[in-house]
Write a protein that binds this ligand. Structure first.
Ligand code: KG4
Ligand code: ZN
Length: 340
């Protein structure tokens, strides 16, 4: 089974050709740089850029893979959640190829792509826990099986990646801010600024990050000149509170699974924020306490990419036929919406 997959839900234009033997025949990720000057993604610019880039990289992907388009068995694309312009460009492009070649088209949920990315490089036993940490989502799932995802908690306001990006903007860093905050934090004092942990009194698995951003903006206002030391200390203190929040949530998940008698071995961290080493180290310490393993996808599947979309398509297609040429991209697509 050879799959051609497309990801265009935000500001990465990506195509991948892979097969059910876990062989990636070609994979191209183009991160749009047009948005840097605006400090965030501009949806209209993103969809126009997807349109232009997709044609070029699709041809190149076939060339890199050394196959003809007629060798593709299934076409798939991210159909949501995400920015509607990009979703329409990617899904209609894939559908057109599928129609022209008389092959199936499988709509894929972007979150499902992230959630299943860890099954590519890890021997995962169901059920497992997943922390989905991206620029648009912060959610905790109990993954019972492919197509069976139970949402345990999520952010009530900003996503964790969004909080990194907003704090980075306040410190004058470029977009996306997560990697720069991590870099500055290495030289800072994580105990310099004390942030209160949001929702500390609520014993559930939800998150809130918008208050932290406001707390940082007040520190920034107080310090008229942001020198290197202040930037380092704010970065380290902010990163530290995020690590603490995630550690506490992981402890709470582990305790609640014990109460519910649900046995699991792995905790995955997926999405762009999974690249953060302090988050990985902090969560690993908690996982060890409960005798669980922290698992990550391959590094090229942390941020948005078409390989995870194609891999989700393969896993689903091996179970049953999820093709649906009539599926219309949905910016608020829910997990399971593409089930027939
Ligand atoms: O999964 P992703 O590529 O896109 C979405 O689906 O949103 O995640 C992008 C997010 C951005 O907010 C970026 O700042 C964050 O991931 N990120 C990081 C790091 N690398 C990327 N956040 C913290 N530490 C990092 N090293
Ligand atoms: Zn994503």
């Amino acid at each position: 089974m050879i799959v051609f997959s497309i990801e265009t839900s935000c500001d990465e234009t990506s195509v991948c050709i892979l097969n059910d033997k876990k062989e990636i025949l070609s994979h191209i990720i183009h991160s749009q740089t047009e948005h840097i000057q605006f400090g965030g993604v501009v949806p209209e610019i993103a969809s126009r850029a997807h349109l232009q880039i997709l044609q070029k990289i699709s041809k190149k992907a076939l060339k890199d893979a050394g196959i003809l388009i007629s060798n593709i068995d299934i076409f798939c694309a991210t159909c949501g959640p995400g920015l509607i312009g990009g979703l329409l460009v990617g899904s209609i492009f894939a559908k057109s190829l599928a129609i022209g070649l008389n092959k199936p088209f499988v709509p894929i949920n972007h979150l499902e792509g992230h959630l299943l990315s860890v099954t590519f490089n890890n021997a995962v036993k169901f059920p497992f826990i997943s922390f989905l940490l991206t620029g648009g989502h912060t959610q905790i799932y109990l993954i019972r099986d492919i197509n069976n995802y139970e949402l345990l908690g999520e952010t009530l306001d900003d996503a964790v990646g969004e909080a990194f990006d907003k704090v980075a903007k306040l410190l004058g860093f470029s977009y996306p801010g997560g990697p720069e905050i991590e870099l500055f934090a290495q030289h800072g004092n994580k105990n310099k600024y004390e942030f209160t942990e949001p929702l500390i009194k609520q014993k559930n698995l939800n998150f809130s990050f918008s208050g932290l951003k406001t707390a940082v903006s007040q520190i920034v206002k107080k310090n008229k000149i942001l020198n290197q030391k202040i930037k380092n200390d704010i970065s380290a203190s902010f990163e530290n509170i995020v690590v603490e929040i995630l550690k506490n949530k992981l402890s709470m998940v582990a305790e609640s699974m014990i109460k519910k008698n649900i046995i699991f071995n792995e905790v995955s961290i997926v999405g762009g924020v999974a690249a953060n080493k302090q988050i990985y180290n902090g969560m690993s310490n908690i996982a060890k306490k409960y005798k669980k393993n922290i698992i990550l996808p391959p590094q090229y599947m942390f941020s948005d990419n078409a390989a995870m979309i194609g891999w989700a398509c393969i896993q689903k297609s091996l179970i049953k036929d999820f093709s649906n040429i009539n599926f219309i991209a949905n910016p608020r697509m829910t997990l399971g919406e593409n089930a027939k």
